[in-house]
Design a protein around this ligand. Structure first.
Ligand code: ZN
Length: 502
């Protein structure tokens, strides 16, 4: 007879497995789904969400949790009482969340997300926010209702943030972002005034097939395990799945090979985090990511600190030149490196350079707070968006496609997610500073094409812990300091000051 703890783990793994099936439906929807099959997919999503919800809210889980919380748990599969306590703490939180949300609410939200995604894609293509606005309004109403059902009715935006990054609040993020903005704006202004400029039209006619070869070689050498994952093409790059089966996507542009390369490296960082979580514990908190900010710190660290650095290019530039000899013949190493680190304001978040990127997030964070507080209504969102763009980026979108409709997140009700990108940037820089202290020869390793010491350090210090520590505690333990924007500001000044402010 298995112990109560082992029975609980079996239940959690079953609910988790159903979740991975739902993830595959979502991946397929963005990679392969024929255009007129959206309605049947919405139904499939609704049924899966309901089934998942029934599994996660199974009263048997509640019964087992009650027994385990009252007695010292014993187990054949879990290593220590401390590990079991981590699993129980998160299982209780997830169970309470599942049982407080009625099944019909969950199904309604899933079906609405699927329809809203297609409404967004259509509205974006036509650059017309008005047809999508009712879907966004309903998403806001659903988000408020969900917060209320879970006891966060007076703080619905904090609930949205907590879903992605437990322990963080709008107030704590505001404090970090205010400090970041204060340090960032003078750097942005100085770089914009610089005479040094990267050439935006440097790259022409890079065949997709060779781009595919290069990005496969790069991502494999960084450490992505293709026996437990793959990469396909979608409109908006993403990474889904778990360490047992990761699905990444990218997109190709023959005149912009760096776009698919860096977005793929970014998703690879996410994928390697998932692949580094303890496989035996998949489905329990010991095998789960901490939250989205930590996830983003992993993708950003590889994308920016590593792949935009000199040492990375010392190793990969010869290979890139071998694959594209004619296209790169007239481009010097210095011009290539400057293009990799091009700084140029853009209206599009996913195209933004590292220096401007966080301003795009500050803008979205500000607007989300206003939408949740009621200070801003959905129909006024495009105008508010454009006004903030002018203020922060010095440019105004000509259409909603390059403005408020550019991101997919809100179409699935993903409020409170954007701050994670900026928090992840801060954390990546703080981790980078810590790992360079711990492993002084790191960049010589990169120049030889060996990225395993960095991956090993991340495996030991971040991945191996699953959700043992919350975001802020993890940062404190690994870097010896509180999460702060200062390491990010120092990193940006060093890398971009060195290129643009000589
Ligand atoms: Zn990401």
């Amino acid at each position: 007879m298995p112990s109560s703890y082992d029975q609980l783990v079996a239940q959690l793994k079953r609910a988790h497995t159903l979740g991975t099936v739902a993830d595959l439906l979502g991946w397929d929807e963005q990679v392969h789904l024929p255009p007129d099959s959206a309605d049947v997919r919405a139904m499939q999503h609704a049924v899966m969400a309901q089934t998942q919800h029934v599994a996660a809210a199974d009263p048997f889980i509640g019964q087992l949790l009650g027994e385990l919380e009252a007695n010292e748990p014993c187990s054949a599969v879990a290593p220590t009482p401390a590990d079991q306590a981590v699993v129980l703490r998160h299982a209780r939180r997830d169970y309470d969340r599942a049982t407080k949300l009625p099944a019909d609410f969950v199904a309604e939200k899933a079906a609405h997300s699927s329809r809203a995604f297609h409404a967004w894609a259509d509205a974006k293509q036509r650059a017309d926010f008005s047809t999508y606005a009712p879907f966004l309004e309903k998403h806001l109403a659903l988000a408020r209702r969900e917060a209320e059902l879970l006891g966060w009715g007076d703080r619905p935006y904090d609930y949205a943030i907590d879903r992605h990054d437990p322990g963080l609040t709008a107030a704590s993020i505001t404090a970090l972002f205010t400090e970041l903005k204060r340090g960032l704006l003078p750097l942005v202004t100085a770089i914009r005034a610089s005479k040094v400029q990267a050439d935006p039209h440097l790259f022409r006619a890079f065949p997709v097939e060779s781009q595919r070869v290069f990005l496969r070689e790069v991502t494999e050498r960084l450490g992505f395990n293709y026996r437990r994952g793959r990469i396909d093409v979608s409109l908006h790059p993403f990474c889904s799945g778990t360490g047992a089966d990761i699905r990444m996507t990218t997109r190709f542009d023959v005149d912009n090979p760096l776009d698919s390369l860096f977005s793929s490296i970014h998703e690879t960082g996410h994928g390697m985090y998932e692949q580094g979580l303890p496989l035996a514990h998949l489905g329990t908190a010991l095998g789960q990511a901490v939250g989205m900010a930590v996830h983003e710190s992993q993708s950003r660290l590889w994308e920016n600190q590593v792949a935009r650095g000199r040492a990375f290019w010392r190793f990969f530039e010869p290979r890139l030149r071998a694959l594209f000899p004619a296209q790169l013949a007239a481009i010097s190493s210095d011009a290539l490196y400057l293009a990799v680190n091009a700084v140029e304001p853009t209206l599009i978040r996913v195209d933004a350079d590292e220096v401007h990127y966080n301003l795009h997030i500050l803008l979205r964070f500000e607007l989300e707070q206003q939408l949740f507080s009621g200070a801003l209504v959905v129909r006024d969102l495009p105008a508010a968006w454009n006004a903030l763009c002018a203020e922060m980026l010095g440019q105004t979108p000509k259409t909603d496609r390059e403005g408020v409709l550019q991101d997919v997140h809100w179409s699935s009700g993903g409020f409170g997610y954007f701050p994670s990108y900026c928090l992840g940037n801060m954390m990546a820089a703080q981790l980078w500073s810590a790992v360079r202290r711990a492993l002084p020869g790191l960049e010589e390793d990169f120049a030889r094409g060996d990225f395993s010491p960095l991956l090993g350090w991340l495996r030991d210090n971040i991945h191996a812990h699953g959700r043992r520590f919350d975001t802020l505690e993890l940062v404190r333990r690994v870097t010896g300091a509180e999460l702060s924007p200062q390491p990010l500001l120092a990193y940006l000044r060093e890398r971009y000051g060195g290129l643009y402010l000589k």
